[in-house]
Design a protein around this ligand. Structure first.
Ligand code: WT7
Length: 630
């Protein structure tokens, strides 16, 4: 593969070059792609506005780089292998040419509906091939896709549709999830009651179930009816928006992270090829959902730009049983596999018997992403799945970074369990003290920041540039602030500790405490609430809610049930608290600030060390909370 570094010595040399002369380094990598017009300038930037422009003046279309550039060489190669939820059902294969034709046909359908360059399209689909087609069709015509994970509720969906002012929503009647079927179209119907920007809804018939047809609805079939299988690619500026993806932060409202065409293309292909060391005959599988950034960058764009065969899986790790992942690896002789620590921990708990029946010897590189991996899970993964001879690449990155920032590369980076490792060439991390000075010593924890731009970094938060500046660029002058704490050992390897802001990572999904509190407070029983994360053996973190209600909550009141329903309605089941404790008040400072530190200790069961509570407005409240802790 053209962009691959092949040894640790080469890594070190490239890394040095990337710091000494970033523009030359990235220009060299960008040469690999097809540009309708080359850039005038590789990079212009400042982190104070922030303003970041990569490959300014260049023209391209990312789908021309996936398809047109590669079709004559790999038109007959499988681009996507789709494995259905139900193992008894037939898989589907799409060669690069077949996928290209599907994308073009649908892209033409979108154009016929009046969708133009720059229009926002919200995609709310299950993990079916049509999701890949819809995303790439938007990119083909320069429409900005905003994929919303199909587990989000109607309220969450309508917030995202409204924020982006989407003209179109693409959905399905429902989805398969293990033994269950879950409706989607009815959620869209609910959501759209509050959305005036949407002119059409395209519905793919996934389950063959009945839907309530509205006058905005069109079927997928109707949209592609009679459309040609070729579609001219829209010419995009390198800095034109490619997509928006909403993610949670420490404030209440999720923000639309904006990625642009040129830099995102360059970085996702570059990082994919280096971290996974993909070879032309390999089969690669990432188990993420395309509703999250991992699916965008490492099921679709990175692998497809590299001409890879990418497995797309509709199902879940435990259906029909906990051997499903290993069975699929065996079935397709998967060579590179990427999953999340939460899945590893949950499958580990089912025991080895689910792994043993399957041949996993095809594996060459196995990856983990989304949250810190604990030592036990790391070793289980390394020994039982990788048989001790596959490197575990621990990929640290974020929705905002667009691609993997710190990780081992293939089989030549030094491995250290629970350490993500070294930054990719082109990435300059720094650890900062609270006062903003850089930590140079080893083994000291600091705030993880990045001190120079990289091509796939976020450019703005949609519709609110100031929010982007304040969230990421105002904590420390001249640095991008990640929100994570990390340590660096004496050899320069990084270990990610976790979030240091009010963000909770549940099974690799990100929620702001304020976002969940806002949801809980929607219930009219509730006066106020405070949410914290606490360690959970499978999910990484779990949600603990302290809730103050209007009246005394007794066994017979359905307050608990109501709160769970409210969170399900406002965000989705994925954000449900595992523990809800009703309290008469929250511990607050005299200035009214909730002392989360104390609540975190209670949630962790560490009540012996609550620290100084004398500055509290009402110290008695703490005794009550401790006494009734769950
Ligand atoms: C946050 C980003 C980008 C992948 C999917 C999650 C945590 C991510 C790791 C890792 C430790 C990790 C961080 C980060 N995180 N990868 N390998 N080791 N922590 O994307 O939803 O944007 O969340 O996930 O806390 O800030 P996301």
């Amino acid at each position: 593969m053209a962009l691959q570094i092949k040894s640790f010595e080469e890594y070190e040399e490239k890394y040095r070059k990337s710091v000494e002369n970033p523009e030359a380094f990235w220009a060299d990598i960008a040469e690999y792609f097809y540009w309708q017009k080359k850039w005038d300038k590789v990079l212009e930037w400042n982190f104070s506005e922030p303003k970041i422009e990569w490959f300014k003046g260049a023209k391209l279309n990312i789908t021309e780089n996936i398809f047109d550039r590669q079709l004559s060489k790999i038109g007959d190669k499988k681009a996507i292998i789709w494995e259905p939820n139900n193992p008894g059902e037939q898989e589907k294969n799409y060669t690069y040419r077949e996928l290209y034709e599907k994308v073009c046909e649908f892209a033409n359908g979108l154009r016929a509906l009046g969708i133009q360059k720059g229009d926002r399209v919200c995609i709310y689909l299950p993990m079916i091939p049509e999701l890949a087609v819809a995303v790439l069709a938007c990119a083909r015509i320069g429409a900005v896709h905003s994929v919303v994970f199909a587990g989000f509720s109607a309220t969450a969906l309508s917030d995202r549709v409204n924020d982006a002012q989407a003209k179109l929503v693409i959905t399905a009647d429902g989805l398969n999830r293990g033994a269950k079927q879950i409706p989607l179209k009815s959620v869209v119907d609910d959501a759209l009651k509050n959305c005036t920007s949407v002119a059409h809804v395209i519905v793919y018939d996934c389950l063959g179930s009945a839907i309530n047809k509205t006058d905005k609805d069109l079927s997928w079939e109707e949209v592609i009816q009679g459309q040609p299988k070729e579609c001219p690619a829209e010419s995009m500026d390198a800095e034109d928006m490619l997509f928006i993806l909403y993610t949670s932060g420490s404030t209440g409202k999720p923000k639309g992270v904006v990625h642009t065409c040129g830099g995102y293309m360059v970085y996702t292909a570059y990082s994919f090829q280096n971290v996974y060391q993909y070879e032309p005959e390999d089969v690669y599988w990432c188990t993420a959902d395309i509703g999250w950034i991992t699916g965008h960058s490492y099921i679709l764009y990175g692998p497809l730009l590299s001409g890879a065969t990418s497995v797309m899986f509709e199902g879940i790790p435990t259906y029909p049983d906990a051997g499903r992942f290993w069975q699929v690896i065996d079935k397709y002789k998967v060579n590179q596999f990427l999953t999340a620590p939460t899945a590893i921990r949950s499958l580990m708990a089912y025991g080895e018997d689910y792994v043993k029946p399957y041949d996993l010897t095809s594996l060459k590189v196995i990856g983990t992403v989304g949250e810190p991996i604990n030592s036990e899970a790391w070793h289980w993964y390394h020994e039982l799945i990788g048989k001790g001879n596959c490197p575990v690449v621990d990929n640290w990155w974020q929705t905002e970074t667009g691609g993997i920032m710190i990780s081992g590369l293939g089989n030549f980076s030094p491995l250290k369990p629970t350490f993500a490792g070294y930054p990719l060439p082109g990435i300059q991390p720094a650890l900062l003290n609270q006062d903003g000075s850089e930590i140079t010593e080893a083994d000291i924890e600091g705030y993880l920041c990045i001190k120079a731009p990289w091509p796939s970094m976020l450019r703005t938060t949609y519709g609110d540039h100031e929010r982007c500046r304040v969230t990421y660029f105002s904590h420390y002058d001249g640095y991008y602030f990640t929100g994570d704490g990390a340590k660096r050992d004496k050899n320069g390897m990084y270990r990610i500790i976790g979030r240091i802001d009010d963000v909770i990572n549940v099974s690799g999904h990100r929620f702001g405490t304020a976002e969940i509190e806002n949801a809980i407070n929607e219930d009219e029983l509730v006066i106020e609430s405070a949410v914290v994360g606490y360690p959970h053996p499978v999910k990484g973190q779990s949600i603990y809610a302290f809730v103050v209600c209007e009246h005394e909550v007794t066994e017979t009141t359905d307050a608990r049930k109501r709160i769970l329903e409210t969170v399900t309605r406002e965000i989705g089941k994925i954000a449900l608290p595992d523990k809800i404790q009703f309290v008469s008040g929250l511990p607050k400072t005299r200035s009214g600030k909730i002392m989360r530190r104390i609540l975190r200790k209670v949630a962790e069961g560490d009540t012996a060390n609550l620290g100084d509570t004398s500055t509290l407005l009402d110290p008695a409240v703490v005794d009550e909370i401790v006494k009734n802790a769950l």
